[in-house]
Every structure is written in structure tokens, then in C-alpha cells.
Design a protein around this ligand. Structure first.
Ligand code: SF4
Ligand code: SF4
Length: 349
């Protein structure tokens, strides 16, 4: 999804070939990433035949966010054709943002259809792609034997998801990380995250990747590449990887604490709200205002990450009882932030 110009087919194919030459062998795409699947289809069959540097096999991952079994099957058939392969290595139930959403798709028979398609040899692994909070991820993995889970995880939001990662590790499921650089927030705010670069000559990106490479619960990091320089930087971080020392871990922990001063850490002590408002999601989105500076970023985060659109009126139910604010471990002005978000949502609607 990070191809800079999808119309420039040769450049996109060349970028993937360059990544394979660097030893990268897991490629994640989706029907919703513009022409990404068709572009990957120009190179994946060749890479499948040849393998990547070092002779390692190539894996391709794609997804369906459809909620009915027949629609999921049609998505899969289209993906197979576009990608030019006989089977998808990792096929995801895509964009599950709430436990209710998961239960709805399950009740519709989506999981049974995924099982059937796996039995037919069209899918090698059935996977979950989710933006749920950690405890909900752990519960979902306990409900169905997804082979792996694809989740957003970075130094910025690790607190939100760590329980889900723990759950996956305990159940022996794979963990694939999307947005390991916080969707570009970390390189854009290199000064703020300088504490991640713990060694001489380190870049902030290299430091952030080392933080994740050091976590044995994680199996794949999906670093989005737009140019060869970014591939070189990530490949270099892997090549030079050496585990973090106790002192480095301590320094990063301290940096995270200081960096998240006045920011929501995702601990969820503010929940449950008597009105059923998912307070931590709104406050997590607010973090992006502090990092990137505008309310538009907050609304975009709510929409894209948490599936909360501007026409969602849940915040109108807030009685300002301040139960969430009293419980907040960071002593954040929770109600004031919720009020500001509510105003922005109403203005946007
Ligand atoms: S202040 Fe609003 S969001 Fe917080 S607990 Fe009360 S009703 Fe829920
Ligand atoms: S208690 Fe405070 S820091 Fe924790 S999730 Fe809620 S708002 Fe965020």
C-alpha cells in the first residue's frame, strides 16, 4: 500500500524485486490498496518460482473485509487471479475493529467458509487482521484457531496491544506487525523518539525496529516501503541486530514514559464507561493530535483505525460524570478531550 505511484508499474515491480534481493520474503497486500494486488501479480509468480535471496520461499498475504461467506469467496477468487497464484499463503479476515464485528461475521458463517477454502487448498493459513485492543484480540484468538494475527504495534501503541501479543504467543500463533513505525509518526518526529536510537550511528527508524526485533513474541514486521533507501535501512537494522541490553531496555522504557507524558498509554483504567463509550479509543486518537498537530488527524485515526466515523453519535451519550477522568492513570483531562472530539465530529458531519 506504500507504492508511491501505482501508475508507474515498472518502478513498483522493480521495488518489490529489490526487496526480494535484500532477503525480504513476506509480502502483504489487499484488494483495497488501489492496484496493489495486480501490481504484485506482475512479480509474485516469478518470486514464487525463484525464491528470494538466500533461497528462502516467498509468502503472500491478502485479505477480505466482506461479512458474508459468498462475498469472501469471491474476494479470494479475485485475489488469486490478480496475484497469479494457486493459493494465498496468509488470508485474513480483515479489519475487525470490535468483538461485535467479529461475532457478526462468525454468525454469518465466514469462518466456516474460510475453513472450507483452506480444505480446498486455496488458502494455506487463516488469519485475523484487527485493530481491536489487546484483551479483545486475546479473547478472539481463544475463540477460533487463527494461524496468525496482523495488528498495529509500535513503540507508540505497544501498551494497547501487548495483552493480545501475549495471548498469541501463549497460544502459539504467529504475530505479524503492521505499522511498526507508527504509520510514519516515528520518523516524522525523530527528535521526540530519539531515545530509541540507543547506539552510536543509530537512526531512529533503526532503533524502533530493534525495539520490535528484540521482542521474541513478534514474527514478521511489515515495514511499508516507498523507496529503495527505506528497504536498505530496514534490511540493515535486521542485519546488524543484536539484542538490547538491560540498560538499553531501561533507557527506552524511561523514554517511552517521558514521551507519553500527557498522552494516553492505552491502559484502559478509564473503562468501562457507564454509557458504553470506548474512552481509550478516543484518547488514543487524541495522541495523534499531540504528535501531528491537527484535529483532522484525530478524526482520521478514529475513522481508519477504530472504525468510528464522524456520524457516530456515541459521544453524545456522555453525561460528563468524570468517572473516566478520575480513574485515568495519566491524570489526563479526559472529559475536555472528549468534548473537543465531539465538537469536531459534529462539525465534520
Ligand atoms: S465522563 Fe462521559 S465518557 Fe467518562 S465515564 Fe462519564 S459518561 Fe463515560
Ligand atoms: S486511563 Fe487514561 S491513559 Fe489509560 S486508557 Fe484511559 S485515558 Fe488512556
Amino acid at each position: 500500500m506504500r507504492f508511491r505511484d501505482q501508475k508507474n508499474v515498472d518502478a513498483c515491480v522493480d521495488l518489490v524485486r529489490y526487496a526480494a534481493a535484500a532477503g525480504i520474503n513476506y509480502f502483504d497486500t489487499a484488494p483495497g490498496y488501489g492496484e496493489s494486488e495486480a501490481l504484485m501479480g506482475r512479480i509474485i509468480p516469478e518470486l514464487k518460482r525463484q525464491g528470494v535471496a538466500g533461497g528462502h520461499p516467498v509468502y503472500v498475504a491478502t485479505k477480505s473485509n466482506k461479512t458474508k461467506p459468498g462475498e469472501v469467496r469471491r474476494d479470494l477468487e479475485c485475489s488469486l487471479e490478480r496475484l497469479g497464484v494457486d493459493a494465498i499463503d496468509f488470508f485474513h479476515m480483515w479489519c475487525v475493529v470490535t468483538p461485535e464485528e467479529y461475532r457478526r461475521r462468525k454468525a454469518n458463517g465466514v469462518l466456516r467458509e474460510l475453513d472450507r477454502m483452506k480444505d480446498e487448498g486455496l488458502i494455506r493459513h487463516v488469519c485475523l487482521s484487527t485493530h481491536m485492543a489487546g484483551p479483545d484480540i486475546a479473547a478472539t484468538l481463544g475463540d477460533y484457531p487463527f494461524d496468525s494475527v496482523l495488528l498495529g504495534y509500535s513503540p507508540i501503541n505497544s501498551a494497547y496491544r501487548t495483552e493480545g501479543v501475549d495471548g498469541a504467543a501463549a497460544l502459539g500463533r504467529g504475530v505479524v506487525v503492521m505499522n511498526p513505525l507508527g504509520g510514519g509518526v516515528i520518523p516524522r518526529h525523530a527528535d521526540r523518539f530519539r531515545f530509541l536510537a540507543t547506539r552510536p550511528g543509530d537512526s531512529v527508524v533503526g532503533g524502533a525496529l530493534r525495539f520490535l526485533l528484540d521482542d521474541s513474541r513478534l514474527n514478521v514486521l511489515l515495514v511499508g516501503f516507498s523507496e529503495k533507501r527505506e528497504i536498505d535501512e530496514a534490511a540493515d537494522a535486521v542485519r546488524r541486530f543484536e539484542p538490547l541490553s538491560e540498560a538499553e531496555q531501561q533507557r527506552i522504557r524511561q523514554g517511552l514514559n517521558e514521551s507519553f507524558n500527557a498522552m494516553c498509554t492505552g491502559c484502559r483504567y478509564c473503562e468501562p464507561c457507564p454509557q458504553g463509550i470506548p474512552v481509550s479509543r478516543y484518547l488514543e486518537a487524541w495522541n495523534h493530535r499531540q504528535l501531528d498537530g491537527t484535529m483532522d488527524d484525530v478524526l482520521m485515526r478514529l475513522r481508519a483505525h477504530w472504525g468510528i466515523r464522524a456520524d457516530n453519535h456515541t459521544l453524545d451519550e456522555c453525561t460528563e460524570c468524570r468517572r473516566c477522568e478520575t480513574a485515568c492513570t495519566q491524570q489526563l483531562p479526559v472529559v475536555e478531550r472528549l468534548r473537543a472530539i465531539r465538537c469536531a465530529m459534529n462539525a465534520d458531519n
